[in-house]
Design a protein around this ligand. Structure first.
Ligand SMILES: Cc1cc2nc3c(=O)[nH]c(=O)nc-3n(C[C@H](O)[C@H](O)[C@H](O)COP(=O)(O)OP(=O)(O)OC[C@H]3O[C@@H](n4cnc5c(N)ncnc54)[C@H](O)[C@@H]3O)c2cc1C
Length: 386
């Protein structure tokens, strides 16, 4: 569907082949039961697709972020849901860029071999979503340990992950202190923690996303699990968040392609008033517009990837890529439902499921308003609004 050669054609072909084993009926059954796509994640892990970012020295493929973007985009384009496992890709940057050699040695080979999962990212709290600096979970140093207390919400995949990258306050907020200072990133090994200070409760949502709320009650974590320097965690998380936004944007482009393919082929086949509905410009134009917006978003994803891979921290491009791609995927989803008429609402077409899944990206991992406010303030120099 793209006008120029796609990056990583071999990877895309192999991922598409794997995804073809997990058809709509597989996802529909999971969606009905709100069940985790274990077989899908196992197959991806076994094939090495979830460890493309891990350096070869630690057993991964040592590929750049654009390879991870290609993997995730193909999953979505095939009608699958990368939300089950994308966090391993986007949390990886924080560990790779800021973790110590000992931490990388301890965890990366196990993750690459598929024996450990790093799929949980604990940032959001009930009273601090967008306002990360206001988070209340604390990690208090006691000898060789941190003692963690507080609560996270929307910690996706926590029940299906061994490790969680946690953002907690290690220095109490004092007057005059920047809200985002004094936060630290700690790698929590959840295998022994459940029942020993860690409680995980699933939250049912409009789509199948395995998200949870997590409670910490004097959970003891070795101090050696601190990533980088104490108090500088927000900075580490921010660089990870740019990777996250770019990867989610790549997924949204994949979703948009899936919706546009579906809408186009249905518009060619469905005969109403004795001719294909796709012959009517009223049906063609919304699909064509969605295509144009998908392509524009795809180009911004490429630009964000180019900058990220040159070592920059492209906040503006990562945010724009995420917003444009999330808008493009939702526009394509809407056009796809409309093209299908009543059938768009029938479960067996998978469109309503994908529609619900892609709607999330207007809000998470960062909402559209906050992206616009970032651009207004940091790119255009307009006064800060909050
Ligand atoms: C299914 C799902 C999975 C998620 N997974 C994870 C995860 O794995 N880990 C994690 O840490 N978090 C996760 N999240 C959380 C997600 O990142 C947050 O929901 C998101 O950042 C928004 O925060 P909030 O829900 O607290 O909204 P709020 O911050 O309460 O905002 C509510 C609304 O108000 C708007 N708003 C707020 N302030 C302003 C302002 N100043 N100007 C204009 N508009 C404003 C927002 O744009 C938003 O639309 C997940 C969320 C969902 C729903």
């Amino acid at each position: 569907m793209t006008a120029e050669p796609e990056t990583y054609p071999e990877i895309r072909e192999a991922v598409a082949k794997l995804c073809a084993r997990f058809s709509g009926s597989y996802w529909r059954a999971l969606d009905r039961d709100m069940a985790y796509p274990q077989a899908f994640v196992d197959a991806l892990t076994e094939a090495g697709w979830l460890s493309v970012l891990i350096p070869e020295a630690y057993g991964g493929s040592g590929l750049p972020l654009s390879a991870a973007a290609a993997v995730l985009q193909e999953m979505q384009r095939a009608g699958c849901n990368g939300g089950a496992c994308h966090a391993q890709m986007y949390t990886m940057g924080t560990l790779l860029r800021h973790g110590s050699d000992a931490q990388k040695q301890a965890y990366l080979p196990e993750i690459a071999a598929g024996r450990l999962r790093l799929q949980a990212f604990g940032v959001t709290e009930p009273s601090s979503g967008t306002d990360t600096g206001a988070l209340k979970t604390t990690a208090r140093r006691e000898g060789d340990h941190y003692v963690i207390n507080g609560q996270k919400i929307w910690t996706s995949r926590a029940e299906h992950s061994d490790l969680m990258l946690l953002l907690a306050r290690t220095t109490p907020l004092r007057e005059g202190m920047k809200k985002t200072d004094g936060l630290s990133v700690i790698l929590v090994d959840m295998r022994d923690a459940r029942g020993n200070g860690l409680t995980i409760r699933p939250i049912r949502t409009m789509m199948n996303h395995a998200t949870t709320e997590v409670f910490f009650d004097n959970l003891r974590v070795p101090a050696a699990n601190l990533i980088g320097d104490e108090g500088k965690g927000f900075r580490y998380i921010l660089s990870g968040m740019n990777a996250e936004r770019i990867l989610i944007a790549a997924e949204c482009v994949g979703d948009a392609k899936w919706f546009i393919d579906k809408a186009t082929s249905y518009a060619k086949d469905r005969i109403v008033f004795g001719r294909p509905i796709g012959q009517n410009q009223g049906v063609q134009f919304p699909i064509a517009k969605a295509y144009a917006n998908m392509r524009a978003a795809e180009l911004m994803v490429r630009e964000a990837l180019r900058l990220y891979e040159s070592g920059a921290n492209p906040g503006a491009e990562a945010n724009m890529a995420k917003m444009l791609a999330a808008d493009a995927s939702f526009e394509a989803a809407n056009a796809c439902i409309q093209t299908h008429g009543g059938f768009g609402f029938a479960e067996e077409y998978d469109i309503e499921r994908k529609f619900r899944e892609t709607r999330l990206y207007q809000v998470a991992p960062i909402s559209t308003n906050l992206i616009l406010s970032y651009l207004a303030e940091h790119v255009l120099g307009l006064p800060r609004s909050y």
